[in-house]
Design a protein around this ligand. Sequence first.
Ligand code: SF4
Length: 432
Amino acid sequence: MPAFATMESGFQLNQVTNGPIHDLGKVVTMEGSHTPCGGGNRRRFLKTTAAAGAALVSAESLRAADPAKPAVPLVTLGKTEQKVTKLGMGTSWPFEASFVQRALASGIRYIDTSESYENTKAESAIGQALERTGMRKEIYLVTKNSKGHATGDAAVKVYEQRLHESLERLKTDYVDCYYIHGITGKEIGMFKDPGVKAAFENLKKQGKIRFCGLSCHDAMLPELLEAAAECGWIDQAMIKYNFRDVGKKDRHDDLQRAIDKASKANLGLIAMKTQGGAINFPDKMQALKDKGFKKEVAAIKTVWMDTRMHVVVSEMTNFSDLRENVAASQDPLTTTEMRLLEEYRKTTAHLYCHGCGDLCETAAKGVPVSTVLRYLRYYEVYGKREQARALYQALPPVARSLAEANLDAAQAACPHGLPVVDLIKRADRQMA
Ligand code: SF4
């Protein structure tokens, strides 16, 4: 059973005071929005009109007034034994160094990035912020190997080269954790591959990484997480996990069992994609807003209530998101939030792809339904149109041969009643 602590069972969060939020020069958002963690049409491009001013911000001014009372509560990240903030900054969107400084000013000390985010620009912006603030040692920094999932004898060289390039951009000598990014079911053998293990050990020995990890939102996430827990050399895992999964026992049993196993192995567990879809259900969202309910905030708080999870990485693309999520890290989920979120979950369950790909993909014969629907989400919900198109077009031809696929059978196999035929055709129209 998942260690899901309910309000009734006495769930408590540390009550801490909010740290100061400093003005780092004039930072202008083109549009305000609020959809933490991969918010869709909220892709807001931030630009600073006072970069020079931001560069002068001292590390001192970014630290919480009272270090004993961090603005964002700290947690121990599994077997890494590191104290990190339970809220992490996601960086898969266009941002500038000044925004990273703002996140630091608000108390966040966990930054998650990848060589692939914004085609390396995310790492560069973070590097600039680290250089300006001199706060490298106070931040738990994660980056990921996206392009070179080498195995066997080739792994040591490939991982070393890819990390070297990331470190240059991040302007640091080391990262706290280095990930295999977006590991897929086909790559499950990597955990037992001596070459991959040697590559990570080599980087550890050189002091370039402190811990090893992975990120995953594949349909085989439960199997991959279990394999990671068994292999012994993975320290932390970042997984797709949202309020639709938390505390659920039916279809999510495999995932819950895998999280249990990872938790027993004391892996650091990081949740991403915590929103479980938002902009695809505007009418439902409006109904919640009319009740004064912040679904995005409640969704994050719900993940935090699962005591096996340590950190939520959230893409906060404007100051309002940042402020609200930092505030949310200090308050437990209220009974009203819990009830309204559950209502929302129920009324949108048949519209949300749960990523249980094996059920419909066997029937579809060739089309990786859950992957295509994930890319459609990137396209429509997260507003990452170019990235989504590139990903879709990189799929092998058989995955896009809709004429040959049996989409009707895939739709019939979906236990959640998703209109698979329409969705896949829509995905192909938009991203082909
Ligand atoms: S379409 Fe249905 S069966 Fe297929 S991955 Fe999504 S929710 Fe699961």
